[in-house]
Design a protein around this ligand. Structure first.
Ligand code: PAF
Length: 282
C-alpha cells in the first residue's frame, strides 16, 4: 500500500495508473477507522481497479472547535487496517494541500433546503464544509467511483446533489450501515463514549426498530413521539427524530400512509453526539 502525503505525488502516481485503463474507486474518511469504513473499502475493491482512501480531519465541517479538537486520531492503526483490507493508496494530506487558498467557501454549490433540515439545522455550515472537502478531494483523486456510507444519510443526499448540480460525472456508490452486535451503528465517535453511555446508546437503534413496528398501526407523529420518549427515558438527549421520505428527506405527514420512510435520528449520549438512520417502511 502506498502512503502519499502530497497532492503532487498523488497526481503523478495517478497519471501512471491511468495507463492501465482500470477504474479508481475512492473512499474519503476522517480516520479513526472501524468495520464500517472497511465495508466501504471492500465495496471500492469490487470495481476491480485502484482503491484510494483519504484520511483528513476536515476543519471546515465542524461547527464547534471543541468537536474538531476532540475528534479521535489513530493514524498508525488506521494505516495497518487499510493495509490489511485491500486499500492500494492512502492519501494523508496536510491542511495546506487541501486548502491552498484558505478555507473560505467558494464553491458554486448550494445544498439548498438540505442545509435547513435535520443535521443542517443543528450543525449550521456543516454540509458546506463537507461539500467543500469532498469536491477538493474529487479534484485531486479524479475517481470513477466515490464510495460513501449510508450511516451519514443526509451527507450522501448532499453529495448526490453536488455531483448532479456541478455535473461532476463521478458515480456515487453507497454502503449499508455496519452495526455493533447490540445494534449501535459503528462510528468513530463511539470511541469517545463513556462506558455507561456506550450501553445506553443502543436505545437509538432500538427506538428505530420499535418505530418500524409502531408505524404499522400508528400515525407517523405518534410513532415519532414514542421514539423520542424512548430515547429520553434511556438517559440520552434526542436532538431530532424525523420520519422522512428517503429520496427528498422531507418529513412525511400523518396522511402519507404508504411509500418508503426513513427514520433519521441525532441524540446526545453525554457529551457525544450520535446520528443514525434506518428504513422503517418500504
Ligand atoms: O463522512 C465523513 O467521514 C466525512 O464527512 C467526509 C465525507 C470524509 C468528509 O470529510
Amino acid at each position: 500500500m502506498l502512503i502519499i502525503n502530497e497532492s503532487r505525488e498523488l497526481n503523478s502516481f495517478l497519471s501512471l495508473f491511468e495507463l492501465t485503463g482500470l477504474k479508481v474507486a475512492f473512499v474519503p474518511t476522517m480516520g479513526a477507522l472501524h468495520q464500517g469504513h472497511i465495508a466501504l473499502i471492500r465495496k471500492a475493491n469490487q470495481s476491480g481497479g485502484l482503491v484510494v482512501c483519504s484520511i483528513f480531519i476536515n476543519p471546515t465541517q465542524f461547527n464547534k472547535t471543541e468537536d474538531f479538537e476532540k475528534y479521535p486520531v489513530q493514524a498508525e492503526s488506521d494505516i495497518d487496517l487499510l493495509k490489511a483490507n485491500g486499500c492500494d493508496v492512502v492519501f494523508l494530506p496536510k491542511k495546506e494541500e487541501i486548502y491552498p487558498n484558505g478555507t473560505d467557501y467558494d464553491l458554486p454549490f448550494d445544498p439548498g433546503y438540505l442545509d435547513d433540515i435535520m443535521e443542517g439545522k443543528f450543525r449550521p455550515g456543516h454540509f458546506k464544509g463537507v461539500a467543500q472537502v469532498v469536491y477538493r478531494l474529487l479534484e485531486l483523486v479524479q475517481p470513477h467511483e466515490l464510495v460513501m456510507g449510508e450511516k451519514d444519510f443526509q451527507q450522501v443526499a448532499v453529495i448526490r446533489k453536488m455531483i448532479a448540480d456541478m455535473e461532476l460525472g463521478v458515480e456515487l456508490v453507497t454502503c449499508r450501515t455496519v452495526r455493533e452486535k447490540d445494534g449501535l451503528a459503528m462510528s468513530s465517535r463511539n470511541l469517545l463514549l463513556k462506558a455507561d453511555y456506550r450501553e445506553k446508546a443502543t436505545v437509538i437503534y432500538q427506538s428505530m426498530v420499535e418505530c418500524r413496528e409502531n408505524l404499522k398501526s400508528m400515525k407517523a407523529s405518534q410513532a415519532k413521539k414514542m421514539a423520542i420518549e424512548k430515547i429520553e427515558s434511556a438517559g440520552l438527549k434526542p436532538e431530532y427524530f424525523e420520519l422522512v421520505d428517503p429520496f427528498t428527506l422531507l418529513s412525511i405527514s400523518d396522511e402519507q400512509t404508504k411509500g418508503p420512510v426513513q427514520a433519521c435520528v441525532a441524540a446526545w449520549a453525554g457529551n457525544v453526539r450520535l446520528i443514525d438512520n434506518m428504513p422503517v417502511r418500504h
